[in-house]
Ligand binder design. Structure first.
Ligand code: CAA
Length: 283
């Protein structure tokens, strides 16, 4: 099945990046959110990020204008339904994602493929709550979406081969590389990345180093572009905690215990860059 139109649920950090790359690759994109302000902010951000790509001569002005013209927005989830492929990129809470899929079901075409950009939640479980588990997959982008090369594709237990092939062809057309992962908690990237970030928070909690020394050590010592605490602020500490909880609950192993300091920051509402305060102060 050839994908021509892509519906994106959620205009946040991930949703607007996904809309950006899909429109640039030639897909008709419709993006939904629950507030007009979120949609307006997302479109403005996509415009700014495309301008940056034009100024660095990565794309032409005509590419940018065409991509912007391919993006429409809506407050009604029902408008997303007729898309060939839907990518849900709402907040990382299972109840929220389930409610979105339930609301979408009556508006879908029979062959619409449903996917979730979840970074850790079971694809099989999300799929089982829909009318089409065989046409359901994990489609996990990395942040910032326009820059990062990888997309994880995760098959649920019932996902069929045509669905996998259709999603893989989208990844290819985006010019990105797919890593295929089995449906186990947090898949590949976050199964490895989040325990590292959590361990960096323990390193801070136990006073082994301070924020700047931990990040500097990992940047200069392992050539990571960002230190683990800076990266945690970039991803969002609530997302990091949610993923650690999925690992801890799903694999029932104390090695995935979220650091109490990470929990405390989230309880304080210090979620990283998006709230201007996390391990660093952005105010
Ligand atoms: N849109 C378009 N282009 C962007 C962009 C955006 N949103 N953000 C950055 N860029 C481009 C810049 O224009 C720049 O392009 P050139 O190479 O042509 O100059 C390039 O990206 C680098 O950006 P900057 O010079 O502004 O900044 P930098 O060199 O410090 O790099 C970074 C920024 C790319 C974010 C880099 O720090 C990095 O790679 N950090 C690690 C990111 C990472 O690990 N992401 C994965 C997180 S895990 C995840 O996403 C999974 C999950 O489920 C939680």
């Amino acid at each position: 099945m050839e994908i021509k139109s892509i519906g994106i649920v959620g205009a946040g950090q991930m949703g607007n990046g996904i809309a950006h790359v899909c429109a640039l690759a030639g897909y008709d994109v419709i993006m939904s959110d629950v507030s007009q302000e979120a949609l307006d902010n997302a479109v403005a951000l996509i415009d700014r990020n495309l301008v940056r790509q034009v100024s660095r001569e990565k794309i032409s002005q005509a590419d940018k204008d065409t991509a912007m013209g391919r993006i429409s927005t809506t407050l009604k989830l029902s408008d997303i339904g007729p898309s060939d492929l839907i990518i849900e990129a709402a907040t990382e809470r299972e109840t929220v994602k389930q409610a979105i899929f339930e609301d979408l079901l009556p508006h879908l075409k029979p062959n619409t493929i449903l996917t979730s950009n979840t970074s850790s939640i079971s694809i099989t479980r999300l799929a089982s709550r829909t009318d089409r588990p065989e046409k359901f997959m994990g489609f996990h982008f990395m942040n910032p979406v326009p820059v990062m090369q990888l997309v994880e594709l995760i098959r649920g237990i019932a996902t069929d081969e045509p669905t996998f092939k259709a999603c893989k062809s989208v990844v290819d057309r985006l010019g990105k590389t797919a890593a295929t992962a089995e449906d186990f908690p947090a898949f590949i990237v976050n199964r490895i990345l989040m325990p590292m970030i959590n361990e960096a928070v323990y390193t801070l909690y136990e006073g082994v180093g301070n924020v700047t020394s931990i990040d500097m050590a990992m940047k200069l010592g392992t050539n990571h572009p960002m230190g683990p605490l800076e990266l945690a602020d970039f991803i969002g500490l609530d997302t990091c905690l949610a993923i650690m909880n999925v690992l801890h609950d799903g694999l029932a192993d104390t090695k995935y215990r979220p650091c109490p300091l990470l929990t405390k920051y989230v309880e304080a509402g210090w979620l990283g860059r998006k709230t201007q305060r996390g391990f660093y102060d952005y105010r």
